[in-house]
Design a protein around this ligand. Structure first.
Ligand code: AP5
Ligand code: ZN
Length: 215
């Protein structure tokens, strides 16, 4: 299955991607995660991306698209994938469509995680990410009293772009550049909206139900 997750920052894309991809035995491909790995590895790509990410702006399309093209060409992505954070604007969506057509395939479904701005700010303020396994936690909802990952004992950190002002800018960027993807994919007939409020497991269940006719 070839899936895309779309939704505002903090909607729970990364959280749901880890469970949905594992349930479907497909790789989760997160452009945000790939950029962050490059930033912490000090690569040229990381240095370039950091400047945009710290401001909450999108990394330029040519850089992002080349990176996704490389990742989708890897062997584990040939039979399916879940994209988290890509595409992020209509030009990226158009290029993805062409890229997949070159491989002779297409997207099966786009899941839109629907949640309001207030909940997003609350979720991002308490987000912590594992520096070792990448698992996402929340200080309140997961009752995290220390900064140790329960899954792998790695250290948890707070993302630089989760400062309130940067979060607000990321929400503006989402409304201006990413929200138009919802009607783009609705026109293609492959968009399904999922209510992303409530406990994580309930959202996963709703996502899996939305996917079941296509699995
Ligand atoms: P990216 O990493 O993609 O960030 P984002 O889209 O802003 O999304 P987030 O990761 O902030 O949120 P999420 O929806 O994954 O929520 P999460 O599951 O963590 O991108 C970062 C930057 O990289 C961009 O700003 C840009 O610069 C660049 N970039 C990336 N892709 C790009 C592209 N295609 N083109 C150009 N630039 C690109 O959940 C948030 C918190 O809420 C967590 O703490 C979690 O535990 C908690 N939570 C989740 N679900 C629930 C629930 N149901 N109830 C309670 N808490 C919950
Ligand atoms: Zn971990």
């Amino acid at each position: 299955m070839r899936l895309v997750l779309v939704g505002p920052p903090g909607a729970g894309k990364g959280t749901q991607a880890q469970f949905v991809a594992s349930n479907l035995s497909i790789p989760k491909i997160s452009t945000g995660d790939i950029f962050r790995a490059n930033v912490s590895g000090g690569t040229e790509l990381g240095k370039l991306a950091k400047e945009y990410m710290d401001r909450g702006d999108l990394v330029p399309d040519e850089v992002t698209i080349a990176m996704v093209r490389d990742r989708l060409s890897e062997s584990d992505a040939q039979d399916g994938f879940l994209l988290d954070g890509f595409p992020r604007n209509v030009p990226q969506a158009e290029i993805l469509k062409k890229m997949l057509a070159e491989f002779g395939v297409g997207l099966d479904l786009v899941l839109e995680l629907v949640v309001d701005d207030e909940e997003v700010v609350r979720r991002l303020a308490g987000r912590r990410t594992c520096s070792q396994c990448g698992r996402i936690w929340h200080v309140d909802f997961d009752d995290k009293k220390d900064d140790v990952c329960d899954a792998c004992n790695g250290r948890l950190y707070q993302r630089d772009d989760d400062k309130e002002q940067t979060v607000r800018h990321r929400l503006e960027v989402y409304q201006e550049q990413t929200a138009p993807l919802v009607s783009f994919y609705a026109d293609e007939g492959i968009l399904v909206g999922v209510d992303a409020t409530g406990p994580v497991e309930e959202v996963t269940q709703r996502a899996m139900e939305a996917l079941s006719p296509f699995a």
